[in-house]
Design a protein around this ligand. Sequence first.
Ligand code: SAH
Ligand code: SF4
Length: 363
Amino acid sequence: MQNLLDLDAAALTAWFAEQGEKPFRAKQVLRWMHRSGVADFDAMTDIAKSLREKLRTRAVVLPPTVVSDKLSDDGTRKFLIDVGNGNAVETVFIPEDDRGTLCISTQAGCALDCAFCSTGKQGFNRNLTVAEIIGQLWQANQALGAVHGDERVISNVVMMGMGEPLANFDNTVAALRLMLDDHAYGLSRRRVTVSTSGLVPVMDRLRDECPVALAVSLHAPNDALRDQLVPINQKYPLKLLMAACQRYLEKAPRDFITFEYTMMDGINDSEAQARELLALVRHVPCKFNLIPFNPFPGSPFRRSSAERVRRFGEILIQAGIVTTTRKTRGDDIDAACGQLAGQVQDKTRRTAGRVIPLQEIRT
Ligand code: SAH
Ligand code: SF4
């Protein structure tokens, strides 16, 4: 049985050809699945009954299951998505005045083990499939009641949930292509962002194969510190990373890179470090997004004070770099950056060290 949610437009067309069907059938089914959120072939009314029969025997439209759906006081909504074998990943919807952003996961766990990241601390479980990645958008649209016509509650997607998207390149790109496809979600390249910790060779592949907006997790102004905070830096140090950012911008849909910088008290938040950062990025058109560290059980770091974040940002702003500080959203439901999949409903049983076993969520 082929899960049709695992296929982007090209793969779906090839699959229909293998079944002896015309390419426009693939397009029709793509629209039903992704634009109308329909999973049942019988509801695809403009498709001949005989073809529907055939599809039923050979294929399914199977999104991952939502096992919990929590609403924060600030409107942030967190979905827990079953990815089989008793594990779950998280998807977060963040409504703002002018847009609705969905933050999606690409892996269960993450192998890169950044020092300050709850997902990294749980180790790597596995890559998500295309159906599981695009299925997060599919399910969120269903839950938000946005599956009909042109209603667009989700205007932006950021791959900033669990996992390193570029370490799951093929599935990430197939899911990106569906997001961008006019017959599926039709999002603009500028409104879809991949966040990476800096897998330099894969940044080049993304640029060549599917350029979208890029966020790079920087977190340190020099190699000595970044080697400790973001261990992949030992393999792809800052000089290589900055050069990769410049190459990316040659084909990017936006003319800047967003640097994410998680602010940890006494670690990377001094004024001297802000100035060192300016020297580091001087050849890369960029914006900065400062993320006050979100604590999780067992983490040795503390969040920088609002005053230190402000002073740090001020130095960047004075140098002409657009700098925003990420508001902590949804932390009452443990949906803030870096808190994903650490916690279950019962806060006294917080377990940051792994992918959440489902039985724990259900109890
Ligand atoms: N793997 C990708 C995307 C997922 S993480 C990456 O590293 O870029 C999304 C962002 O949240 C990254 O910038 C990450 O460094 C940051 N982050 C991770 N843990 C955090 C924490 N505890 N507090 C604040 N930000 C965190
Ligand atoms: Fe992985 Fe990103 Fe977390 Fe680092 S910050 S461990 S790359 S998810």
